[in-house]
Design a protein around this ligand. Structure first.
Ligand code: KG4
Ligand code: ZN
Length: 340
């Protein structure tokens, strides 16, 4: 007997990306993201502008997702949406739109935790990624979060380590800003780092608990470093940009690897899955992939478009919850500070 076909629409609007995706039996049929470029001018996400842009984008983005999936909205089986965590104004747009659409189409509504979704994106069926087996350690590394999560089952997750201040993506972006690079600077640090010497300069690794992170000190260290070096040599940053980026990236990657090694030691789990925008970083990817031969770990890195904020990850959680009939009530509200 062929399994029943289910079409789930996923909607994501937690920060500055308006996204919609359609999933059918584990495979993504469409994955549309409207990135809000307006924030570049401000060097970071402006919440008020983000919610306005979501309002403008949400209908065309959903329409395009349905069109690319080549289905009519009447064929959908459920609507899954990001309930939190995220910016209140941004979440409100996706939540209200999803509730109205579900009511209009008389469909079940499924609430999704954005952070769980980053982890469960690994369960999307695609030839470009492999599905981890339970239990595994997930590292969610993005502009908003830095966490090590012990994943025992789809919805059994425990945060065992996290940042005490800035997220890892902020460490990249804020350092990049000090170096005169535009927002978001993470990918640019990565690009320049490939051409530089990672041992050229030394940056300190902040000391906190074995599984926790702290990045605010690094930003200050970069600021003092630039001020000191530029005093007698005004073109210092320009002339040494590649080496600075390489050294900075080396420090961040090394710090991340220390923490994940501590987590493996503590849990005896050697299956690692990463997610979040910073998993695009080439230094992190290489360091993790190298552990497959050096330490016998099994490493899972999702397809790039499922790493950054997207709705495909919301749709896969929608499908997993649909199978268990885990539906939201119609008085569900957005939750900016949502826990696992
Ligand atoms: O997951 P994401 O798209 O959005 C959230 O923050 O939720 O992550 C965006 C973050 C930004 O801080 C960006 O600079 C960082 O991911 N990022 C990178 C790279 N690509 C994206 N950081 C370092 N290296 C990269 N290649
Ligand atoms: Zn995210």
């Amino acid at each position: 007997m062929t399994p029943k076909q289910t079409y789930i629409l996923g909607i994501e609007s937690s920060c500055d990306d308006t996204a919609a995706a359609v999933i059918k039996n584990g495979r993504i049929l469409s994955n549309v993201v409207a990135t809000q470029n307006i924030h570049k001018e401000y060097g970071g996400v402006v919440p008020e502008l983000a919610s306005r842009a979501h309002q403008q984008n949400i209908v065309p983005v959903v329409q395009l997702a349905l069109q690319r999936a080549n289905i009519d909205k009447k064929q959908l089986n459920a609507i899954a949406f990001t309930r939190g965590p995220g910016l209140m104004g941004s979440l409100l747009v996706g939540t209200s739109f999803s509730k109205s659409l579900a009511m209009g189409l008389d469909l079940p509504l499924i609430e999704v935790n954005h952070m769980q979704a980053h982890i469960l994106a690994h369960f999307i069926k695609s030839k470009e990624q492999s599905i981890p087996s339970f239990p595994f350690l997930a590292m969610t590394i993005s502009g908003g979060h830095t966490q090590i999560v012990k994943v025992t089952n789809y919805f059994e997750m425990e945060v065992i380590g996290q940042t005490l201040d800035d997220a890892i993506g902020e460490a990249f972006d804020k350092s990049a800003k000090l170096l005169g690079l535009p927002y978001p600077g993470g990918p640019l640090i990565d690009q320049n780092a490939r051409l530089g010497n990672p041992k050229a300069f030394h940056f300190p690794k902040p000391k906190v608990g074995p599984l926790d992170f702290s990045f605010s000190g690094l930003k200050t260290a970069v600021l003092y470093f630039i001020e000191k070096k530029s005093k007698d040599h005004p073109n210092f940053v320009k002339e040494n940009l590649n080496d600075i980026c390489a050294s900075l990236q080396f420090t961040i990657v090394d710090y991340l690897m220390d923490k994940i090694k501590n987590a493996v030691k503590e849990t005896h789990i050697k299956t690692i899955a990463i997610g979040g925008g910073v998993s695009a970083n080439s230094g992190i990817r290489k360091a993790l992939q190298d552990t497959e031969t050096s330490l016998g770990w099994k490493v899972h890195i999702p397809k790039f478009e499922y790493c950054t904020d997207n709705a495909a990850m919301i749709a896969i959680v929608g499908e997993l919850k649909y199978q268990q009939q885990l539906f939201a009530s119609n008085d569900v509200v957005a939750k900016p500070r949502m826990k696992y």
